[in-house]
Design a protein around this ligand. Structure first.
Ligand SMILES: Cc1ncc(COP(=O)(O)O)c(C=O)c1O
Length: 369
C-alpha cells in the first residue's frame, strides 16, 4: 500500500516484498535489557565463537592504505581462493558477503516474472533477493525430515524457471542435500545455485560437479568458518560462460580493502582456522547428544555450525525468553513449516555447558509445574 507521496515512485511489486526479519542488534539488546552485550552468550546467528585469525587482526592493524581504492577485481584474493577451492581464479567473483553474490547471480538471469525455486524452510534472504529482482518465488516445501522432494521440484520447472537456490547444509535445518539429488536437479535445466555458507563444517562440497555441468554456481562465505561475519566477504564460483556477464553487474569496488586483506590472510592461516572448525564440529556432536537427553527438545542432526530443535513442550518463544533471561541468545521460529523451533549456534564448550545447564533447569521447572 502506498502511504506517502514519494512512494508513488516505487515499483508496485517492491511494496509487496515482506520486510527482511533482521534480528535485534547486540546494542539494541543491551539497551532493552540494561545488560552489557558482552555478558550474553550469543548463540543466535551462527557466528564463529573463536573469532577470526589473530593474523587477520594484526594485518588490519598494520595496513596503512585505507585511503586508496581497492583492486576492484580482487585479483590477489581470487588467486588464493582458487588454490583453496581447487578452481581457476578466473571463475571466481568476490563480494560484500555471500548475500551480494546471490543478488548478482539473480541480476544476470531474471526478467520480471521469471520464476526461481526455493525449498522452505530455508535462508530468508533468498525471498528478499528474488523479490528485489521482480522474479516470482516458487516454493516447493521440504519434506518432514527437511529433505528436498526432487521429483516435486523437477515437475515445477517450466520455461520461465531460471534458477533453483539451495543452501546445503541448509539454514536453519542443518541438513545436506545429497549429491545425487543435486545432479538430478542440474539435469532439470535451470541454473542451480548451491549456497555452501557452511561447507567447511560439513566437510563436503558440490564443486566437483562443476566439471560435468555448466549450470552450477557455488556460493561461499568467510562469515562462518573464518569468523569474518562483520567484515562481509563472500565469493561465488561460476561456469566460464557466465563470468563476463556477472562482471557487468558487479559494482566496481564491491569488496572493500579490509575484507580483501582479511580474506587473503585467513587463507594463509587456514590451518589454524580449520582447526577451530574441527573444534566446532566436535562440540556440535557433543551438544547434539546432550540436547537429545533434554526431554522437551527434539534436535535435528546438523552438518553446519548450529542445531535446529523442535520444542515439544511449551512455546519456542517462551523458551527463547527464558534463555535470554539467563543471558543466552538463540533464534526461535514459529511460522508455517517451522512451528515451535529454536536454532542454537555452536558456541565454545563452556558456552554450550551453560546452555545445557539452563535447559536442564527449565526442564526441571516444567516437571515440577
Ligand atoms: C545459507 C546462508 N547463506 C548465506 C548467508 C549469508 O552469508 P554472508 O554473511 O556471507 O552474507 C547465511 C547467513 O547466515 C546463510 O545462512
Amino acid at each position: 500500500m502506498r502511504t506517502s507521496s514519494i512512494e508513488r515512485l516505487l515499483r508496485a511489486d517492491i511494496l509487496e516484498i515482506p520486510d527482511y526479519p533482521a534480528p535485534e542488534t547486540p546494542a539494541e539488546l543491551s539497551a532493552r535489557t540494561g545488560i552489557p552485550e558482552e555478558h550474553f552468550i550469543k548463540l543466535d546467528q551462527s557466528e564463529n565463537p573463536h573469532g577470526c585469525s589473530q593474523r587477520v587482526r594484526s594485518a588490519l592493524a598494520r595496513f596503512d592504505r585505507y585511503h586508496i581504492y581497492p583492486d576492484g577485481t580482487a585479483a590477489d584474493l581470487r588467486r588464493h581462493l582458487g588454490e583453496y577451492v581447487g578452481m581457476p581464479a578466473d571463475q571466481i567473483v568476490v563480494g560484500n558477503g555471500s548475500d551480494e553474490l546471490i543478488d548478482m547471480t539473480l541480476g544476470i538471469l531474471i526478467e520480471p516474472g521469471d520464476r526461481v525455486i526455493v525449498n522452505s524452510p530455508t535462508f530468508a534472504y533468498y525471498a528478499s533477493s528474488i523479490g528485489a529482482h521482480a522474479a516470482t518465488l516458487v516454493d516447493v516445501p521440504r519434506r518432514g525430515d527437511f529433505s528436498i522432494d526432487v521429483d516435486a521440484v523437477l515437475s515445477t520447472i517450466d520455461d520461465r524457471t531460471k534458477a533453483i537456490i539451495i543452501a546445503s547444509p541448509n539454514n536453519p535445518t542443518g541438513n545436506l542435500t545429497p549429491i545425487a539429488d543435486i545432479r538430478r536437479l542440474l539435469e532439470g535445466g535451470p541454473l542451480v545455485a548451491i549456497d555452501e555458507a557452511y561447507a567447511e563444517f560439513a566437510g563436503t562440497s558440490v564443486l566437483p560437479l562443476m566439471a560435468e555441468h555448466d549450470n552450477l554456481v557455488v556460493i561461499r562465505t568467510f562469515s562462518k568458518w573464518a569468523g569474518l561475519a562483520g567484515l562481509r566477504l563472500g565469493y561465488g564460483i561460476y561456469p566460464p560462460a557466465l563470468m563476463p556477464h556477472i562482471l557487468k553487474v558487479k559494482p566496481p569496488f564491491n569488496t572493500n580493502i579490509a575484507a580483501q586483506v582479511a580474506g587473503r590472510v585467513s587463507l594463509e592461516d587456514q590451518e589454524y582456522l580449520l582447526s577451530t572448525v574441527r573444534l566446532i564440529v566436535n562440540e556440535r556432536e557433543r551438544l547434539f547428544r546432550r540436547l537429545s537427553e533434554i526431554e522437551f527438545l527434539k534436535p535435528y542432526p546438523s552438518a553446519a555450525n548450529f542445531i535446529l530443535c523442535q520444542v515439544l513442550r511449551g512455546e519456542a518463544r517462551d523458551l527463547h525468553q527464558k534463555l535470554e533471561a539467563n543471558r543466552i541468545l538463540v533464534r526461535y521460529f514459529d511460522k508455517p513449516g517451522l512451528r515451535n523451533f529454536i536454532r542454537i549456534s555452536i558456541g565454545t564448550p563452556e558456552e554450550c555447558d551453560e546452555l545445557v545447564r539452563c535447559l536442564r533447569a527449565i526442564g526441571q521447572a516444567y516437571s515440577m509445574g
